[in-house]
Ligand binder design. Structure first.
Ligand SMILES: Nc1nc2c(ncn2[C@@H]2O[C@H](COP(=O)(O)OP(=O)(O)OP(=O)(O)O)[C@@H](O)[C@H]2O)c(=O)[nH]1
Ligand SMILES: [Mg+2]
Length: 576
């Protein structure tokens, strides 16, 4: 047998083995009530998973060394991806259990995790290549859209960058404009005179959104949306968009929708396809002018970023945000997951952190408290000073762009996703890496796209907490509102039916859920969009962790962190 064929067969066997073990785990697992018995259960399963897969791992590695990748059949890649993601989720969960268990148990867990993660990721090159190809395809589509052959006759969409908010919020405003342009087949005309972050306009810092089509005829402008978010004048040649926040009923092509023609590939390659998709728009929009590129490269050199050094990025949003839109978290709360991340890598000294913040006091505190040789803190005090509220609109643009660029280059980010700066950094990271999913810990909310169609969680499995466990109680079909994560393991939610507000302990209860996601929608100007609609999925629950996939594709649809309940979107299709 050829080597590559053997590899493919082994992978399928390997994957089936994992799948069988996971399936048996799910069947066997009673709802364990305390940490110790849950831990014993996980360890028992993992020991057998480890033993049985180790032989196969050795063989796969051997054949790989001898024979290369071989023809990578889509089916085996799908199965492989399914297992790989599941394994990573399981490992995350184990790490959490390990932290709360005794040190002997924690050591054993670390050994098992390391041995599992040492397995060869045989498809990494393939995944990276395919992700890059898909990204190039999307960038090319945007280039074509933005540079029509005949600008005079092209249909256009007009937006001004000046939304009355901060830089990251303004960039998300431009993302909303460009997605709308894409979905309606219009060329985006981005206006930027008297831009709050630079009165000289967009192009002093960034490459133009269009090279060849940057103007429109004033006489032809019509207002884009009516009051409830329908496109009211789509016959008009030039449409002007209001900000997303005024739309009572946002059009269905806004996030969290992904285009149908790319959906299958996207879901196969990305664990968080929605964020990666948004990342592609951010990538197109935020292209620096050559002189700015030089500044960014200089900052990268100064912070000693290169391929060999592992850096955790921490973003700490303070000043105007605290008490108004977000809770204050002390520096130590950001450093704790950083420490845990490094210890999971087995790194004791030289823990490299890139710190970005709008508060210089945080930089000083970090440098005083987290010292060499254990820590290596990189932060630019001048950049943090330039972000002060009094100076923010006067010369802080390069600083925030530089911070975003460096954060997105890190291999892991710790921040608060309630901040648009943090969300933008994560989107950029997704655009830069082929494997960014899950490389973030947020101390507060989950990822969301402000103003887009929102996700509602609905319980598909009753949760009836027993004994001393205080948890939110719900029945099948209950909608859970105000879902907020307290940390990466605990969330709060309101049961709409009972009005009760309580914590949900992600580790303690295994919920089941189903997902509703679109299978088909109308083609708009050649770009078929995918929005929410019924599509059954398979669901798995292990130790409070969840995976879900299309019934026939074994591809995940979930956003991290793993949701507890049904995800539905209430947005209606309002395409012209
Ligand atoms: N240099 C620098 N500036 C920052 C940093 N964090 C925040 N800022 C500044 O603060 C502004 C906050 O921008 P917004 O877009 O309002 O983001 P946010 O306030 O975090 O999030 P929302 O209020 O939800 O929009 C940024 O645009 C920057 O100007 C940082 O880490 N570095
Ligand atoms: Mg803000």
């Amino acid at each position: 047998m050829e080597f590559n064929r053997i590899i493919a067969v082994l992978l399928v066997i390997d994957v089936s083995l994992w799948a069988a073990i996971f399936a048996s785990t799910m069947r066997k697992s009673p709802p364990a009530t305390d940490l110790k018995s849950r831990l014993d259960l996980v360890l028992e399963e993992l020991r057998s998973l480890k033993n049985e897969s180790e032989d196969l791992g050795v063989k796969v590695r051997k054949y790989y060394e001898l024979g290369g990748y071989g023809p990578l059949r889509k089916e085996s890649f799908k199965k492989y991806e399914f297992s790989r993601r599941e394994l990573h989720r399981l490992v995350d969960e184990l790490r959490h259990i390990g932290r709360t268990a005794g040190s002997a148990m924690n050591n054993e867990i670390t050994l098992i995790i390391n041995s599992l993660l040492n397995r060869l990721d045989i498809y990494e090159t393939y995944r990276t290549r395919e992700t890059n190809l898909l990204s190039r395809k999307i960038q090319r589509r945007l280039e074509l859209l933005q540079n029509p052959r005949n600008c005079t006759s092209a249909r256009k969409l007009v937006c001004h960058v000046n939304k009355t908010c901060g830089f990251a919020c303004q960039i998300h405003h431009v993302v909303y404009c460009l997605i709308t342009a894409y979905a309606t087949g219009r060329t985006l005309i981005l206006q930027s005179e008297n831009w709050s972050y630079n009165p000289d306009g967009w192009e002093t810092t960034f490459l133009p959104i269009s090279e060849t089509c940057r103007d429109y005829d004033d006489g032809e402008v019509a207002e884009g949306w009516d009051a409830v978010g329908n496109i009211s004048n789509n016959h008009a040649k030039v449409l002007k968009l209001p900000v997303i926040d005024v739309l009572q009923n946002p059009p269905n092509f806004l996030p969290t929708t992904i285009p149908l023609d790319l959906a299958e590939t996207l879901e196969l390659l990305q664990d968080e396809p929605l964020i990666w998709w948004v990342g592609q728009f951010v990538k197109y929009i935020l292209q620096p002018q050559p002189k700015i590129r030089q500044i960014l490269d200089g900052a990268r050199n100064k912070a000693k970023f290169d391929n060999k050094t592992r850096t955790v990025g921490i973003h700490i949003r303070r000043t105007d945000k605290i008490g108004q839109e977000a809770v204050f978290y002390p520096l130590d709360m950001y450093m704790k997951p950083a420490r845990e991340y490094f210890s999971s890598l087995g790194q004791i000294e030289g823990k490299r952190v890139f710190l970005a913040t709008d508060d210089p006091r945080v930089v000083k505190e970090a440098c005083q408290k987290y010292k060499s040789p254990e820590w290596e803190i990189h932060a630019d005090l001048k950049v943090a000073e330039s972000a002060a509220i009094s100076k923010r609109l006067n010369g802080s643009l390069i600083g925030i762009f530089q911070d975003l660029d460096l954060l997105s280059d890190c291999e892991f980010i710790i921040c608060t996703l309630s901040s648009q700066v943090c969300r933008l950094a994560y989107e950029l990271m997704q655009a830069k890496r082929s494997d960014a999913s899950g490389r973030i810990i947020s101390l507060d909310s989950e990822y969301y796209f402000g103003g887009g169609s929102h996700l509602v969680r609905r319980a598909a499995y009753a949760n009836d907490p027993v004994g001393s466990v205080i948890e939110l109680e719900f029945e099948v079909g209950d909608e859970i509102l105000e879902f907020k994560r307290l940390d990466e393991h605990i969330a709060f939610g309101v049961n709409k039916r009972t009005g009760k507000f309580e914590t949900l302990h992600l580790q303690r209860v295994a919920y089941q859920f189903e997902c509703i996601f679109d299978a088909k929608s109308n083609a708009v100007n050649g770009f078929d969009l995918r929005g929410p609609r019924d599509l059954p999925v398979t669901v798995g629950g292990k130790y409070g962790l969840f995976v879900m996939s299309h019934i026939n594709s074994n591809v995940f649809l979930t956003l991290n962190p793993t949701p507890l309940m049904v995800l539905t979107s209430e947005a209606r299709v309002t395409l012209p």
